[in-house]
Design a protein around this ligand. Sequence first.
Ligand SMILES: CC(C)(COP(=O)(O)OP(=O)(O)OC[C@H]1O[C@@H](n2cnc3c(N)ncnc32)[C@H](O)[C@@H]1OP(=O)(O)O)[C@@H](O)C(=O)NCCC(=O)NCCS
Length: 203
Amino acid sequence: MYKNVIVVGAGGHAKVIADIVRKSGDNLIGFLDDHKEPGSAFFDGFILGDTESYGEYPDAQFIIAIGNNAIRETISKKMGDVSFYTAIHPTAVIGEGVTIGEGSAVMANAVINADAAIGAHCIINTASVVEHDGKLASFVHVSPGAALAGTVSLGERAHIGIGAKIIQNLEICADVLVGAGGVVTTSITEPGTYVGVPVRKVK
Ligand SMILES: CC(C)(COP(=O)(O)OP(=O)(O)OC[C@H]1O[C@@H](n2cnc3c(N)ncnc32)[C@H](O)[C@@H]1OP(=O)(O)O)[C@@H](O)C(=O)NCCC(=O)NCCS
């Protein structure tokens, strides 16, 4: 039985999510967005209303398609106990024993290997890799082409930039941003922005 899905947000990331909804055989009802005119066309659907209007759709499932981790968290908490949709692209490879929290998205060609645990409202972006036994807290974003070796853990709202790499068995605390192409070789215990090979803290 297909699901009726509303995508929250109407930017580039929302297009990718809408595409996954369709490719999964589910029914895209439309988009909620605070900055676009209700009734206007967007991508392959329509803007239904602003993000406050989710209550008008009690039978729908929702997915928050906003790349900013903190905004995704705020909106998900405001929406409370609605039913959240988990989007998994048909080409994603999901290993045995993997768990994926509600509202998370796994994009095309991503690989999540055995016994990894992904929190709620995470983004496992295009062609990224979460190796075996990874533990990702909620509201995390692993950007396109980023790779986490085995048994890496990420705290809430961690953002691993495009093409970044993290070697095995490391723990990265909450609110860490690893810049594009960064290589993480030791655990990170302080929130902030880390760039370079190996990464150093810049903010
Ligand atoms: C790390 C990042 C957030 C920094 O952005 P910012 O706060 O605007 O910082 P700035 O661009 O002012 O850069 C600060 C310094 O870090 C350097 N820097 C920025 N990003 C870097 C990176 N990825 N690797 C190496 N150095 C980097 C800059 O050259 C600059 O150095 P300088 O002070 O010697 O001139 C950003 O560059 C980045 O890599 N974002 C990831 C984007 C991404 O993965 N998007 C995917 C979305 S799906």
